[in-house]
Write a protein that binds this ligand. Structure first.
Ligand code: SAH
Ligand code: SF4
Ligand code: F3S
Length: 438
């Protein structure tokens, strides 16, 4: 045991990294350590990194520079996550003071490292999802959040031509039903009322139950709904091709499933979708949106867009704008295409940065307007908000509505961890302001 020692974890990138960071926190705490709130004070500093765009990767190196200059002289620096997987040994060559590099499916090695077991190779990038989840299971969860992330599926076999995920997270793997239910129950017992089921292709989930029968996401969501203390369930990120009719219908029948769906489309142009290897068309996407709106008229939709992908001409971009106008999103993420080493589209002729920036501006202003319009509908109305923490200012708390909107509330901290009705008094594109009823 390292009783007096402390750790600090910084998580970059997606929610799956947050889940992994939580698991590493559990390992550190199991070794008797306490969580520091700044790297300057920590004995162990973990950067859990993201490789999705060039800027994300650069952030790893700039943060490493900062940690070295200001951190303790003798602290241990550990790099995990997708940059660790993609760059491996290169990290320790570029930044020699890094003590350990662990890929996302080798996190369990942290336990051996903290137990002072001899680790011959200080860069571990094995792909073994089964070993990862089986080993992590033995650490008690120190979750204290009312809204918890639960990874049920990891990796991706789809190989979109822009994306590093199949290379950094390995091939698609679904965890077993019983293991997930066990974890969900523990989360509920430690205060979670909302669970977000996570996977790079979460709706492709096909884990085994205890009889070895393969089960889909619909089955799993229904099972989790049986846990009394869990009031809200949502899932992310889905691929249009795995949006089965059964799953779409579940949005109409399962009351705990939130009326919110993040369904990235990336582009509205069939030509670009093909060049991206997305294996679906814009018409197919419209078809899903129609079906889901039939199940849940007011569902809030969100998406991801890549702007200025190689080969994107003016008319392709116009198709993207047209798709955005037709669907109407409540929230979306849009990014300029970033060529990633080793992915097929990186070597193609690139769209100029000037054009990419112009298009991004147009797309983002439309998406912001849609978000604001969506939010405006709730002015003077009541939303059910899960209050998760205290707010920015004294006397304020914050949380998320059933439509995944972030809401700042004049209200008492006694509400934290509860779902309460909130009167909406003001709206902006990115958030809502409200008052609790009592
Ligand atoms: N599995 C999800 C996406 C995971 S990556 C899906 O299939 O949609 C998260 C988002 O990052 C993607 O939706 C995409 O919009 C963005 N992204 C991925 N690679 C990118 C790249 N090379 N350049 C810019 N954005 C990228
Ligand atoms: Fe990346 Fe998603 Fe495509 Fe997989 S499906 S390659 S995670 S964008
Ligand atoms: Fe980034 Fe890896 Fe997630 S590249 S977005 S941390 S899967």
């Amino acid at each position: 045991m390292n009783n007096s020692k402390s750790f600090f974890i910084k998580s970059f990138g997606c929610q799956m990294n947050i889940y992994d960071s939580d698991k590493m926190r559990d390992i550190f705490i199991s070794h008797g350590m306490s969580q520091a709130n700044h790297y300057e004070h920590a004995d162990y500093v973990v950067l859990n990194t993201c490789h999705i765009r060039e800027k994300a990767t650069e952030k790893t190196y700039s943060d490493l520079g900062r940690v070295n200059k200001k951190g303790k002289i003798n602290n241990k620096i550990i790099v995990t996550g997708c940059v660790a997987q993609a760059e491996g040994d290169l990290i320790r060559k570029r930044v020699p003071f890094v003590d350990l590099v662990l890929g996302p499916q080798s996190l369990q090695t942290l336990d051996k490292y903290l137990s002072n077991e001899i680790i011959e190779d200080k860069t571990i990038t094995e792909f073994d999802a089964i070993e990862k989840f089986d080993s992590l299971k033995k650490f008690p969860s120190y979750n204290s959040s009312s809204s918890a992330f639960l990874t049920i599926q990891e990796g991706c076999d789809k190989f979109c031509t822009f994306c590093v995920v199949p290379y950094t997270r390995g091939s698609e793997y679904s965890r077993r039903i019983d293991d997930i239910l066990f974890e969900a129950k523990n989360m509920a017992n430690s205060g979670a009322v909302e669970i977000t089921l996570l996977g790079q292709n979460v709706n492709a989930y096909h884990g085994e139950d205890k009889n070895g029968t393969q089960r889909d996401l619909t089955y799993l969501i229904n099972k989790i709904s049986e846990i009394e203390k869990i009031k809200r369930i949502t899932y992310s990120t889905s691929h249009p091709n795995n949006m089965t009719d059964k799953l779409i219908e579940l949005h109409g029948s399962n009351e705990k499933l939130l009326p919110f769906l993040h369904l990235p489309v990336q582009s509205g142009s069939n030509k670009i979708l093909k060049l991206m290897n997305r294996k679906h068309t814009r018409e197919f996407y419209f078809g899903i949106i129609d079906k889901i709106k039939k199940q849940k008229k007011d569902i809030a939709l969100s998406s991801d867009f890549i702007i200025g992908f190689p080969g994107e001409e003016e008319k392709d971009f116009d198709d993207t704008i047209d798709l955005i106008e037709q669907v109407e999103f409540m929230n979306s993420y849009s990014f300029i295409y970033s060529p990633r080493p080793g992915t097929p589209a990186a070597d193609r002729k690139q769209v100029s940065l000037k054009i990419q920036e112009e298009r991004l501006k147009i797309a983002q202003s439309l998406l912001n307007e849609q978000q604001k319009n969506f939010n405006k509908k709730f002015l003077k109305k009541t939303l059910e908000v899960l209050i998760s923490s205290s707010g920015k200012y004294e006397g304020q708390v914050k949380g998320r509505s059933e439509f995944n909107q972030s809401v700042a509330i004049e209200g008492n901290s006694k509400y934290i961890g509860n779902i309460v009705p909130v009167n909406i008094t003001d709206v902006s594109s990115h958030s809502l302001i409200g008052k609790t009823k009592s």
